[in-house]
Ligand binder design. Structure first.
Ligand code: AMP
Length: 216
């Protein structure tokens, strides 16, 4: 059965960073709903233009649009063995839709690492974050700086600050997380999938702990 891992946690806790490392090490696909929306925006698709109106305000893109996009992504051949899901699901309706979509393709959510950190750390991480244009690799001006200023270590592309990483939008994104996504903690706990991990530590420590819990 194909293995799907859902990374749960607030914006800025390190889901994207960890998802990329885990995907490399486990050879599962990496699916980031935020990256998919940003790719659509870069290509000026209708989906990208629609998503931008929500992303710019720090709000969630409507469920039907988001679920449709993920349904297509899950159908690609690189998901056959499974995937690390980063940023999806973010609402109970998305979690239900995910369970149904995985049933159709013969997969299941195996585990849900829930990464936590105090709000002050999230704000500091998001507002100092630099993202690579080509592949969404992330750096932090203090905690994880690139070797060369404004250049991605992995693919040499330009680093930029996401519009929604400005401090006004960051506060709204955390509020939206608490209202709409935090209920998924109980959702997955009740289903016996949740594993809590502290994200308030260096990247390599968090990766080690994630790999240890995923082996169980
Ligand atoms: P992220 O890169 O995960 O921080 O996502 C950036 C933005 O994309 C979010 O603030 C939302 O506007 C949108 N987004 C990403 N994933 C979802 C999702 N699962 N449901 C709704 N909106 C999403």
């Amino acid at each position: 059965m194909a293995t799907f891992i859902v990374l749960l946690g607030p914006p800025g806790v390190g889901k994207g960073t960890q998802a990329k490392i885990l995907a490399d090490q486990t050879h599962l696909a990496h699916i980031s709903s935020g990256d998919l929306f940003r790719e659509n925006l870069k290509n000026q698709t209708e989906l990208g233009k629609l998503a931008q109106t929500y992303m710019g305000r720090g709000e969630l893109v409507p469920d039907d649009v988001t679920i449709g996009m993920i349904r297509e992504r899950l159908a690609r051949p690189d998901c056959e063995a499974g995937a690390i899901l980063d940023g999806f699901p973010r609402t109970a309706a998305q979690a239900d839709a995910l369970a149904n979509m995985l049933k159709e393709i013969g997969g299941e959510v195996k585990s849900v690492p829930y990464i936590t950190a105090p709000e002050s750390i999230l704000v500091e991480r998001l507002s100092g974050r630099w993202t690579c244009r080509a592949n969404g690799h992330v750096f932090h001006e203090k905690n994880n700086p690139p070797k060369q200023s404004l250049v991605c270590d992995f693919d040499g592309s330009e680093l930029y600050q996401r519009d929604d990483d400005r401090s006004e939008t960051v506060v709204r994104r955390i509020q939206v997380y608490l209202e709409q996504t935090a209920p998924l903690i109980a959702y997955y706990r009740e289903r016996g999938k949740l594993m809590e991990i502290s994200g308030a530590r260096p990247i390599a420590h968090v990766t080690r702990e994630l790999l240890a819990v995923l082996k169980k």
